[in-house]
Design a protein around this ligand. Structure first.
Ligand SMILES: C[S@@+](CC[C@H](N)C(=O)[O-])C[C@H]1O[C@@H](n2cnc3c(N)ncnc32)[C@H](O)[C@@H]1O
Ligand SMILES: [Zn+2]
Length: 325
C-alpha cells in the first residue's frame, strides 16, 4: 500500500492490514458486519462506517463519564473553531509531519478537521482513532471518498500493529490524559510509529495568562476536571514539562506556542463598541491576512508563553527498542 500511486486509494480491506486484534494481536479479516479476529474469533462491528473495538468494558466510570461528555458535545464541537483558528492550527499541526512515506494516524481525531486535511493534502491513507462514537459519526461523511479508516478505540491501547504508521498527529488531546495515562499514550504512539517517523502533538499551554490567573488564586488555571462546560480532565503544561515527558520516548525537534492571537475574544470585545462593526472587521482582516503573522509569531522564543496551545514536532529515534529510550 505504501508504494501505491497517489490517485489509487487503498480500500478499507487493505487498511485493515495495519490493525490487529487488541486482545491477542491476531490478524483481522473482513466479516459481514465488521471484522473478525482469526485467532480468537471475536468480531468487531462496523457501526455507521466506524470500526468499533470498544464495547465499553475496557473503560472505568471516569472514562465513561468523559466519553459521554465527548459524545454529547459532538454536534457543537466544530463551531468552537472559527475559520481563523483552523487557518492557524490545522496547517501548522500538519506541517510537522510533512508528506510521510506511508499511512498517518490521527490520534483523538474528533470530528476530523485534521483527518480530512491530511488525507487531502498528503494523499496518504489516514487512520482516524477516537473513543467517542458521537465525534466519529460526524467525521465519517466529512471524509467520504478519501482513504480514511475510522476506528473507535481507546488511545491508551491502540488496535494498530507495531510500526504500522509513517507519521502521527495528536491535536488537542494529550492534555486530557492524567499523568500515568499520558505515559501510556506516548508508549502507544512510539510503538505504532516506525523508527524515524514523525509525530506532531499539541497540548494546552500554561501560558502567561494562566500563570497570572493562578497567581490570582484560580487553581483551575493549571489543571481541573471540567473544561468549556464538558466533564473531562485537563492539564496545562509549560514547554519544559511537555518536552521532558515527550523526551522519554522521542527526539523532540521543537516545541512552539500556537494560536498566539485570541482573535475571537478580541473580536467579541470590539463588537461591544456600538459603532463600525469593529469586531467583525477585525476578524475578517485577521482571517484574510493576520493568520500569517500568528504563524510567524510561532518562531519567536516567547511563543510558548503566548500561545494557547503548545505544539511539538518529535521523531521516533531510529534503532531504539520497542519501549523508547
Ligand atoms: C478536543 S478534541 C480534539 C479533536 C481533534 N484532534 C481536533 O483537533 O479537532 C479531543 C478528542 O480526544 C478524544 N479522546 C479523549 N480521550 C480519548 C481516549 N482515551 N481515546 C481516544 N480518544 C480520546 C475525545 O473523544 C475528543 O474527540
Ligand atoms: Zn483476537
Amino acid at each position: 500500500m505504501t508504494g501505491a500511486p497517489d490517485d489509487v486509494h487503498p480500500s478499507d480491506d487493505d487498511l485493515l492490514a495495519l490493525l490487529w486484534c487488541p486482545h491477542d494481536h491476531g490478524d483481522l479479516r473482513p466479516a459481514d458486519d465488521g471484522v473478525r479476529c482469526v485467532a480468537c474469533g471475536r468480531t468487531f462491528p462496523r457501526i455507521d462506517g466506524v470500526l468499533s473495538f470498544l464495547d465499553g468494558v475496557e473503560l472505568d466510570d471516569i472514562d465513561r463519564r468523559e466519553q459521554a461528555s465527548r459524545d454529547a458535545e459532538a454536534n457543537w464541537y466544530d463551531t468552537i473553531f472559527g475559520t481563523y483558528t483552523n487557518l492557524v492550527e490545522v496547517p501548522t499541526t500538519a506541517a510537522r509531519v510533512g508528506r510521510p512515506d506511508g499511512p498517518i494516524l490521527d490520534f483523538g481525531a474528533g470530528t476530523g478537521r485534521l483527518t480530512v486535511h491530511l488525507a487531502r493534502t498528503t494523499g496518504r491513507p489516514v487512520v482516524a482513532v477516537d473513543y467517542s462514537l458521537g465525534q466519529l459519526r460526524r467525521l465519517v461523511p466529512r471524509c467520504a471518498g478519501l482513504p480514511v479508516l475510522v476506528v473507535h478505540a481507546d488511545g491508551r491501547s491502540l488496535p494498530l500493529r507495531d510500526g504500522a504508521v509513517a507519521a502521527a498527529v495528536a491535536a488537542e488531546v494529550y492534555e486530557h490524559f492524567r499523568d500515568a495515562d499520558r505515559r501510556r499514550v506516548l508508549r502507544e504512539l512510539h510503538r505504532v510509529l516506525r523508527p524515524g517517523a514523525s509525530l506532531s502533538i499539541s497540548t494546552l499551554a500554561y501560558n502567561l495568562t494562566y500563570r497570572v490567573w493562578r497567581l490570582l488564586g484560580n487553581t483551575g488555571a493549571k489543571t481541573g476536571e471540567h473544561l468549556l462546560g464538558g466533564d473531562f480532565f485537563y492539564v496545562r503544561q509549560t514547554a519544559r514539562e511537555f518536552r521532558s515527558e515527550l523526551e522519554e520516548f522521542f527526539d523532540v525537534e521543537e516545541v512552539v506556542g500556537i494560536r498566539n492571537f485570541p482573535v475571537r475574544s478580541i473580536a467579541a470585545a470590539l463588537d461591544r463598541i456600538p459603532v463600525g462593526r469593529l469586531g467583525r472587521r477585525f476578524e475578517a482582516l485577521m482571517t484574510a491576512r493576520g493568520h500569517r503573522l500568528d504563524r510567524a509569531w510561532e518562531r519567536l522564543p516567547l511563543s510558548p508563553l503566548t500561545g494557547f496551545f503548545l505544539l511539538a514536532g518529535a521523531r521516533r529515534r531510529r534503532g531504539d527498542g520497542a519501549s523508547g529510550r
